[in-house]
Design a binder for this molecule. Structure first.
Ligand code: NAD
Length: 311
């Protein structure tokens, strides 16, 4: 369920329990799904946490659970509301973190939204919104934190990308585009930082993981979301995805792929056998469109079949 380097790191590499303690970690999109689970696992490692997303009451709920289940005290967690699309506020929120904790060791750029709609039916505003949120919002916040990391010559920038940042699929064109853009941007940034070996950039590419991502996905219009919580049992457990993310962070892995089969296989095929990958993408893509048009989850039918066959 992880690429070979990641699985090697899980077996032989540095443990999050040794590497990530005493750090100040800022997580965006901490109010649900992967971000929420990430802060729960981090809270057990004795870090200081900054929880960001738009909904304060959800962040307060997450904070309470961190305090109940983790090793942290009230003063170790800062709830900091943030709208990633409101880039004019990013300098100010960054200052607020530095004022509270004096430093930022890890920025986890996790907040984002997906999309379920065909290109032909989708308003241009949806594509704009996906770029503003997933791409420009992440770039903007990173640009605010970067000078601080450069000054200290250390820090970890983590970007929750997606397998959709490597493999493009139908019905999520705008989402795939935003994640491809992110991948290109952060690969460039990494090389710009070669003179700062203490600053690392990790691109995390998960496949389907249990969360609210589909429910919150954009549909044909900006104001229309999918609002359907399809069965998610075929998707990877959020806790497993997050554990592998922590291992990636502890080992400063540059890019990791975290996905159950057949999704992980697709990433390998795209890397090593693009002709075969195209053939398969067209087959799977056709199924995805049919599922979408009949109001089903786009991926559950074929991935559940694969799972049953290989369980
Ligand atoms: N779940 C998956 O299958 C999957 C797969 C690959 C990548 N990802 C990526 O993981 C990340 C987290 O998604 P998730 O699956 O946990 O989904 P989710 O919907 O459960 O969580 C998304 C988080 O982002 C926040 N967010 C949305 N818009 C925001 C905005 N304008 N400003 C600030 N925060 C905002 C939400 O409030 C929420 O906290 C996303 O970047 C997503 O693209 C998810």
């Amino acid at each position: 369920d992880g690429d070979l380097t990641l699985l090697w790191a899980e077996w032989q590499g540095r443990r999050p329990e040794w590497e990530l303690t005493d750090m100040v970690v800022w997580v965006t999109g901490a109010s649900s799904g992967i971000g929420e689970e990430l802060v729960y696992q981090l809270s057990k490692l004795g870090v200081s946490l900054v929880l960001s997303a738009r909904r304060v009451h959800e962040l307060e709920r997450v904070k309470r659970r961190c305090l109940e289940n983790g090793n942290l005290k009230e003063k170790d967690i800062l709830v900091l509301p943030l709208d990633l699309t409101d880039t004019s506020s990013h300098e100010e929120v960054t200052k607020a973190v530095l004022q509270e904790f004096g430093r930022i060791d890890i920025l986890v750029n996790n907040g984002g939204r997906s999309q379920r709609s065909l290109v032909v039916n989708t308003s241009l505003d949806v594509f704009k919104e996906l770029i503003e949120l997933n791409y420009l919002g992440t770039v903007s916040l990173t640009k605010c934190v970067l000078p601080h990391m450069i000054e200290r010559k250390q820090g970890k920038i983590v970007v929750v990308n997606s397998i959709s940042g490597i493999v493009s699929v139908p019905v999520s064109s705008g989402y795939c585009a935003s994640k491809h853009a992110l991948r290109g941007f952060f690969h460039s940034l990494r090389t710009e930082l070669v003179d700062y070996p203490g600053i690392t950039v990790s691109t995390i590419c998960p496949g389907p993981v249990q969360s609210d991502i589909v429910k919150n996905a954009f549909s044909e219009e900006v104001t229309k979301t999918v609002e359907n919580n399809f069965d998610q049992s075929y998707k990877m457990a959020t806790s497993r995805c997050v554990r592998l993310m922590l291992i990636s962070m502890a080992n400063d892995l540059k890019e990791v792929w975290i996905a159950d089969q057949p999704f992980l296989l697709m990433a390998y095929l795209w890397q090593y056998m693009p002709t075969l990958a195209w053939w398969l993408t067209n087959k799977v893509g056709k199924k995805r469109i049919t599922n979408f048009k009949s109001g089903m989850d786009t991926d559950s039918s074929y991935s559940t079949m694969w799972k049953k066959k290989h369980d």
